[in-house]
Design a binder for this molecule. Sequence first.
Ligand SMILES: [Cu+2]
Length: 92
Amino acid sequence: MRLRRLADPAPGAQLTGTSRSGKADTTMVTLNVTGMTCDGCVKAVERIIKAQDPQANVTIDLGSGRVDATTSATPAALVEAIEAAGFGAKAA
Ligand SMILES: [Cu+2]
């Protein structure tokens, strides 16, 4: 079939493993997280968020409990995951 080639993926199209390369479908999510008492907690919360979205950009302030994440994960998903780890979390 002459037109068959049109359906083939372009060489290198899947190099990054994402089908939306070049289009960051992310939002800025701010959460208030309670129960963080040390840097270990901060790292744990960061890990939890990155488990939801490995591409997430996360900033956490231990003193205020404020968590800013630029991520494709939804606030609800992040709250649920953080609470499952034993912290308190609310969308700010
Ligand atoms: Cu801690």
